[in-house]
Design a protein around this ligand. Structure first.
Ligand code: ANZ
Ligand code: ZN
Length: 886
């Protein structure tokens, strides 16, 4: 074994003894080929470019990052996936659109600016250039000529234009709303940005409720399409689709109107999915912000107190406040029922009112037990099987029969009664069928600086006036020395004070900026026409290339980003900015959600605290121990985070192992959608494989010289046939794994199988040099998507040794399997398999005498047959069976 001294950072790997190629430093190799592999792929595209027009287009998109300044492992994973696919498709003659850009507005820039006194735009630009370098270091090949940054005025000018279009179509409006206020970041959060514990997704602070005038986008107008069109997204993970479906929350039911105190003037409408249970409606419950509640609260102090207290009650609280002043009339039975204010009723859903049916609903039952424990509960629906025993309440089965109590509906199925009752109510104008959505309109106002200003001017005379398109962009003013969190725009008088575009009188500019999800809701259109200064994007380019063919990103964006993008794409389609009619104006064809990268995490068993690496002692081959105590820490894999000291820096990894080994390792460790537990110790397997490829290349480079266009030779020996067929099978797998299944972990194992098959065949002299070379060329091309510098290096070795100028990167098509001219025969004596004989296929045609003679000439044949008294020989397919006398 020979070792090269390490020159650069990085480890080196010793090759196997069999092939004596120099040991290679993979970090150096990555450097050597960096510019060719990360930028030089255009030449590859040109090399493939027979007839430009005949090329198929494919749009491969990975979610663009927030420019924090450093790629993290999640980024590395997503870009390795998309870059490998990008290279695969280019090799297959596709014209690939593979852009990259920056989701560059948002709080961190602003917070960094406040904390460190840097201009957010300078901070952002600086981070962008750092991250671009890191992308190059990992050999990601993006179309940098399409690059965008959402904080660039040339970009947000059109984000503002899209806002104006929404405004023009009544889909952007301002409304007083109780909003979620993040007291740390001093901004409003969308409902989606508040977690189930009521904390901000970003700052983690407990979110407060405040009443403010806010801008909303009318996404609920698109709720039906957003829900129904999910069924056309055949290539989306079903998990993501069901998350979206749940979020949209389409519910089919009825609206029922209850008159209050018999006066026609006052009514309470409720939404119910169980109209048939109206016979057992024993009360109505109203949300604390229901208009009627507000009205009665004006004169009722204890109600005011209750409302205040309700804010702090848990969601499942069953407390109630009886509105003693009123009763509601059941529109079917005519009976009077009490009306409560109940915090369990959600103000934002349906009518913020529920018809309480304690007999048939868990929540209503619990509420009734707490508020009217003395009053019996009466059911109106009973089980289909009446002999099922006594009826236990609440009886919640939806599929049941109407009971004695229900007059004309008695005995009817609940499903039929639901329809019939609603029809009856409709005749009396007291109800109708209704589809209800849980989805709320999208709150896009942010009271922060680093975002696209909402292009609106408030005029005392004209009201809310849109900024004329010709005046876009509404530029963010430069603010030097941002000091405090909160919105500085409102304090900049040159920004705020403008003349009204409509009447010319002094007016005030809107100072809210847009939610950054607005920026990312249309960026995939902009990439297609990123330099267009007149329009957000060109109609033809968008209609031709959207939906994105392959969209790769984190499952954390399963709901918001994807839903907002679907909404905006549908909206832009509806106003004719692109034609997506053949696919319901959906923006993303196939969605690949990559799993999280988790890091090895150590916990001190004595106090449950996370441990820093320097608190631990690691010795190769020995168990890790805690320096201070000598005990073993608890080890697990968890989401990488600073607080757990389990993060891994992609930069360090690439320096240490080179970009190719890291790329292959990332893909090999887990299927793309699964969690990846980062375990560097396993990388040696990848290094060994890479070394093998280079060794084989060195070996074959020095063998007989052949022309570079060599093809699979025609007269293959048996072992060559076997080898050839195995390789074709692997090539087919590889093609499918990239092109159909996006099964990139099996790609790496198939690479290894291919390499091992070639290595063994050469070592054992099972194939001739021509076949070996021909397949090495294929191997070099199929590994290109994942390990491009290794591929380039191997190509260079081969080109030098064979004096070739081989430049084609074309993906090798699997060839037909070749049939062998021989086959295996089983030799059976008295029912027992004794040995196998591999010989020409027509062996049995020579007749049993000659078969026996030939078998006897074999050592195995002699052993089992020479002394036997053969009574009978049966020849059948691949079986030669002897019956002998012993
Ligand atoms: C009477 C009833 C009887 C109900 C019964 C259920 C079972 P989904 O499927 O989510 O649409 N509801 C309506 N508006 C509500 C609000 N603002 N806050 C809380 N609950 C509300 O659920 C619809 C059901 O949720 C409705 O049907 C209503 O209760 C309740 F045996 O009406 B039901
Ligand atoms: Zn005006």
């Amino acid at each position: 074994m020979r070792r090269f001294p390490i020159k650069l950072t990085g480890r080196h790997y010793s090759g196997s003894k069999a092939c004596r190629a120099a040991t290679v430093n993979l970090g150096q190799l990555g450097q050597k080929w960096k510019s060719r592999t990360s930028q030089g792929i255009m030449s590859l595209e040109d090399a493939n470019d027979g007839d430009k027009n005949s090329k198929k287009n494919i749009y491969i998109l990975s979610q663009f990052p927030y420019p924090s300044g450093a790629l993290h492992m999640g980024h590395l994973r997503v870009y390795v996936i998309s870059d490998s696919l990008n290279r695969f498709y280019k090799q297959n003659g596709y014209k690939v659109i593979h852009p990259m850009g920056w989701d560059a507005f948002g709080l961190p820039a602003e917070n960094a600016a406040i904390d460190r006194g840097i201009d957010p735009s300078v901070w952002t630009k600086d981070n962008i250039s750092k991250m671009k370098m890191q992308m190059n270091d990992m050999l990601a090949n993006f179309d940098w000529d399409r690059e965008i940054a959402t904080c660039d005025p040339e970009y947000y000018k059109f984000t503002q234009l899209i806002f104006l279009k929404l405004f023009e179509h009544g889909l952007a409006y301002r409304k007083e709303a109780e909003i979620n206020w993040d007291p740390v970041d001093k901004t409003v959060l969308a409902n989606e940005q508040v977690d189930s514990n009521g904390c901000s997704w970003r700052s983690g602070a407990v979110v407060e409720k405040r009443l403010l005038s806010q801008w909303f986008l009318g996404i609920t107008k698109f709720a039906p399409e957003l829900n129904h069109d999910l069924k056309y997204l055949k290539d989306w993970p079903s998990k993501v689709k069901s998350m979206q479906r749940n979020w949209i929350g389409e519910s089919h039911g009825s609206e029922v109107v209850f008159k209050v105190n018999y006066e026609n003037s006052e009514e309470i409408a409720v939404f119910t999915t169980r109209a048939e249970t109206i016979f057992s409606a024993q009360y109505l419950a109203l949300a604390t912000d229901h208009p009627l509640v507000k009205k009665y609260a004006l004169q009722d102090e204890s109600l005011q107190e209750f409302i205040k207290r309700a804010e702090k009650l848990p969601e499942d609280s069953k407390e109630g406040y009886l509105l003693y002043q009123i009763k509601a009339q059941n529109p079917i039975t005519g009976s009077d029922i009490p009306v409560y204010v109940a915090p369990y009723v959600f103000g934002g859903y349906g009518h913020g009112a529920v018809m309480g049916c304690p007999a048939h609903d868990e929540r209503d039952y619990a509420f009734w037990c707490e508020n009217q424990p003395e009053t019996p509960v009466f059911p109106c629906v009973e089980p289909i099987d009446k002999n099922a025993g006594s009826l236990e309440l609440p009886f919640t089965a939806k599929d049941a029969l109407m009971s004695e109590l229900t007059g004309e509906f008695k005995g009817m199925s609940t499903e039929d009664a639901r329809i019939k009752i609603t029809e009856k109510l409709q005749k009396d104008k007291l109800g109708s069928q209704k589809i209800q959505y849980r989805l709320r309109d999208w709150l896009i106002s942010r009271q922060r600086y680093w975002g696209a200003p909402i292009p609106i001017i408030h005029c005392d005379h004209c009201g809310t006036v849109p900024v004329p398109e010709k005046d876009l962009p509404v530029l963010l003013p430069n603010v030097t020395g941002l000091k405090s969190r909160g919105n500085p725009l409102s304090q900049i008088s040159e920004f705020v004070n403008v003349d009204c575009p409509s009447c010319g009188q002094p007016a005030k500019r809107e100072t809210d900026t847009m939610d950054t999800f607005m920026d990312s809701s249309w960026y995939y259109f902009r990439y297609l026409d990123s330099k267009n200064s007149q329009l957000p994007f060109n109609y033809e380019a968008a209609s031709k290339n959207v939906p994105v063919d392959l969209y790769i990103g984190g499952v954390e964006h399963a709901i918001l980003h994807l839903l907002y993008s679907r909404f905006i794409a549908k909206f832009l389609g509806s106003i004719g900015m692109w034609d997506g009619s053949s696919h319901k104006c959906e923006p993303f064809g196939r969605l690949i959600t990559q799993g999280m990268v988790q890091g090895e995490t150590y916990v001190n068993p004595d106090n449950g605290k996370f441990m820093k690496p320097d608190e631990l002692e690691t010795n190769p081959g020995k168990k890790i121990v805690i320096k201070a105590t000598g005990k073993q820490p608890k080890v697990s894999y968890e989401k990488m985070s600073k607080s757990k000291y389990n993060g891994v820096d992609p930069k360090d990894c690439i320096n240490k192992y080179g970009p190719d080994a890291i790329r292959a390792h990332i893909l090999f460790q887990a299927p793309v959608s699964d969690i990846l537990n980062w375990d560097e110790t396993k990388i040696v397997g990848i290094e060994r494989w890479i070394q093998k490829i280079l060794n084989i290349s060195t070996t074959l480079a020095g063998r007989n010289k052949y022309g570079e266009n060599l093809k699979t030779p025609s007269n293959l020996t048996d072992s060559e046939v076997k080898f050839h067929n195995e390789i074709q099978r692997l090539l087919q797998n590889l093609t499918d794994s990239f092109g159909k299944n996006v099964s990139l972990n099996t790609v790496i194992s198939d690479y290894m199988k291919f390499t091992n098959a070639l290595e063994t065949a050469i070592k054992k002299k099972l194939i001739n040099d021509e076949l070996a070379l021909c397949n090495l060329k294929k191997l070099i091309n199929v590994i290109y998507p994942v390990v491009p510098s290794i591929s380039e290096e191997a190509r260079e070795i081969l080109n030098k040794g064979q004096s070739w100028h081989w430049e084609s990167y074309s993906w090798p098509e699997p060839e037909a399997q070749v049939e062998s001219s021989t086959m295996n025969f089983q030799i059976i004596v008295n029912g027992k398999m004794k040995f196998m004989y591999n010989t020409r296929k027509d062996f049995l045609d020579i007749g049993s005498e000659k078969v026996i003679t030939e078998l006897l000439s074999l050592p195995e044949g002699e052993k089992h047959l020479a002394k036997a008294d053969i009574k009978k020989v049966i020849l059948k397919k691949n079986i030669i069976s002897f019956i002998t006398l012993k």
